[in-house]
Design a protein around this ligand. Structure first.
Ligand code: HEC
Ligand code: HEC
Ligand code: HEC
Length: 124
């Protein structure tokens, strides 16, 4: 009986996992990229939020908690602000690795891609 229950639970979880996964969208940042001739930025929110506390980015680094709300300039990043607080060749690879951030297809609009949200409020 217990073994059957465990098996059922395992099956349920296996069934649920892909569904949950679909919620974890990336955030495209394309306020200026297209216009300035580089690919839009794809920011994998989930990848970051399992590694850092929300307040690191949303309080200390000043990222507003709304897709498309932030005006990030490349100069700021090179100066160590926003993404550049970590992508500085110390905490993580640096701003010279253009393609790792500017990886979106031309024309993608700013906002959440591939899911309803990026596991924001009510999801973690
Ligand atoms: C750590 C991530 C990251 C890396 C690495 C990176 N960028 Fe950016 N870049 C951004 C973000 C975020 C923006 C803001 C995008 C937007 O709003 O369209 C941006 C914006 C830009 C813009 C738009 C104009 C401006 O001044 O903001 C240009 C041009 C640009 N980057 C060029 C580059 C080049 C060239 C490289 C490599 C030498 C590079 N970027 C590396 C994240 C990055
Ligand atoms: C490494 C930095 C970083 C961390 C850590 C981080 N975020 Fe974000 N978050 C961002 C950026 C960048 C955006 C996109 C902003 C934009 O599009 O202008 C964003 C967007 C969002 C959004 C709007 C998109 C959506 O899914 O609705 C929410 C909500 C959010 N974050 C919540 C959180 C929460 C909650 C945590 C902690 C569990 C967290 N963030 C951790 C950088 C971060
Ligand atoms: C609080 C620190 C922090 C901030 C802020 C941050 N990142 Fe990251 N990011 C990391 C770390 C750490 C890694 C993992 C580096 C590694 O694997 O060597 C990473 C990895 C990445 C990756 C690769 C993900 C993968 O699947 O390997 C991308 C793309 C990226 N960051 C883009 C950005 C962009 C764009 C921003 C700003 C909107 C940003 N990051 C802001 C710490 C940060």
């Amino acid at each position: 009986m217990r073994r059957a229950a465990v098996l059922l639970l395992a099956l349920l979880l296996a069934g649920l996992a892909p569904l949950a996964q679909a919620e974890y969208g990336d955030v495209v940042i394309n306020q200026r990229s297209d216009a300035e001739g580089v690919r839009p930025v794809v920011f994998p929110h989930w990848f970051h939020r399992i590694r850092f506390r929300c307040k690191v980015c949303h309080q200390e680094l000043g990222f507003e908690m709304r897709a498309g709300a932030n005006r990030v300039r490349m100069n700021d990043i090179v100066d160590g602000q926003f993404c550049g607080a970590c992508h500085n060749n110390v905490v993580a690879w640096g701003p010279d690795r253009c393609d790792l951030c500017h990886s979106g297809l031309k024309g993608l609009s700013s906002g959440i891609q591939g899911g309803a949200q990026t596991s924001g409020p009510g999801r973690w």
